[in-house]
Design a protein around this ligand. Sequence first.
Ligand code: CO
Length: 209
Amino acid sequence: MRVLKNLFDRNKQWAEKVKKSDPDFFVNLSKQQNPAYLWIGCSDSRVPANEIVDMMPGEIFVHRNIANLVIHTDLNCLSVLQYAVEVLQVKHIIVCGHYGCGGIRAAMQNKEYGLIDNWLRNIKDLYRQHQAKIDALEDQKEKINLLCELNVIEQVANICHTTIVQRAWKGGQELDVHGWIYSIEDGILKDLNVCITNIDEISQIHRIK
Ligand code: CO
């Protein structure tokens, strides 16, 4: 099937619906984007950024990958971060994980998955760091969900350790980094209360003077 007609039909209907409620919506939006938020989330099809927070196009800048990781050598993620912070001047960066994440689950196994094992290694390293706490739990689902939460907290730290975010803070830019987790089972977001807003809140060794 070379043309996915169904999707084009749905697109047309959607554009019509938006225009009906605001005839100038697309015209106005085409002139600029001014999102206040950068969302870093999981690629999981059940965790769509805009829908979860009920936001329209233009309101949220999005980067998604498997298990919402922020890796210091990932040019893709770093480029998104730099553009969002320096050009778009977003006020908030949100790392949003989700319970039952397949990437986290896979990382907790000893199975070989191929190329993606290199990506999941980052989560295995994190598991090793928190192994005692995680292994103390009985239930496998609870173990996965705890690592899902710990992973969000780690990625919030990773964002704050970048020169991009630290330079913004140094320049007096208001920039808050949040850690959230989403439940696929009921559609509800939870704030993990790990928000970082300035350089004094990150570990000493990562502070760039
Ligand atoms: Co996931």
